[in-house]
Design a binder for this molecule. Structure first.
Ligand code: MN
Length: 228
């Protein structure tokens, strides 16, 4: 066996609810504007246009229950999202077969440096600086689809300090889980360990240090995160 010439932090992994085994994370794809009401609040047309994706880094996932307010921003927003975890990959996966590739689900936050994302949008630059920073993807442990099935409807909500900020229903997703998988797999080779963050309902807004965020997706799980 060959040895690496340097040491690295290693493979990012997600815990699995009810298990001591972990889920190794390979890539994180995130869809933009997947709920019409959120597209409208961000100043866009809610009509079904082709989906678009950006990525977070695999090591941006965080399960500590704490979100450290990141540097270089004064406008960090919450985006509550259903996380889809792939157990099998492939290319040109059909919509009909797509759900067979899903291992499980979780509840996640696509934390966003909105000021930096806004500048990047204005200048036609990539979004990583606003989206793919350290600990920008707090999430719950993953839950196998064998336990909860494939959630296609149910409330998705986020409360900040007890006040309801985001509310929607999974059935409002413009691009469904199987459609996102099919689309992504035509552009990239998907693989076991890939996560998809499936977009956020309307009501995104800023967080402050000390805020307590409680995200919930009916039939999936509840995510508790404190901004520190
Ligand atoms: Mn998002």
């Amino acid at each position: 066996m060959s040895q690496h010439v340097i040491e690295t932090p290693g493979q990012p992994v997600a815990p699995v609810r009810g298990s001591s085994a972990t889920f190794p994370v390979r890539r994180i794809y995130c869809i933009g504007r997947n709920y019409a009401a959120h597209a409208v609040e961000m100043g866009h047309d809610p009509d079904r246009e082709p989906p678009f994706f950006f990525q977070k880094n695999p090591d941006n996932i965080d399960f500590s229950g704490e979100f450290p307010y990141p540097p270089m921003s004064t406008d960090v927003h919450h985006e509550i999202e259903l996380v889809i975890a792939l157990g099998r990959g492939g290319a040109y996966i059909t919509i009909e077969d797509a759900l067979d590739h899903v291992w499980g689900y979780g509840v996640g936050l696509d934390m966003t440096r909105r000021d930096l994302q806004g500048e990047a949008k204005k200048l036609g630059r990539p979004w990583e600086i606003g989206k793919a920073f350290e600990r920008s993807a707090p999430m719950t442990p993953l839950i196998p689809a064998s336990e909860i099935g494939h959630p296609t409807q149910g409330a998705i909500t986020l409360k900040v300090n007890g006040q309801l900020r985001q509310a929607g229903d999974l059935n409002q997703m413009i691009w469904k889980t199987q459609e996102m998988i099919a689309y992504l797999s035509a552009h990239f080779s998907l693989a076991a360990g890939d996560l998809i963050m499936s977009g956020t309902p309307s009501g995104v807004g800023p967080v402050q240090r000390g805020d307590v965020l409680v995200g919930h997706i009916e039939g999936v799980d509840t995510l508790n995160v404190r901004v520190v």
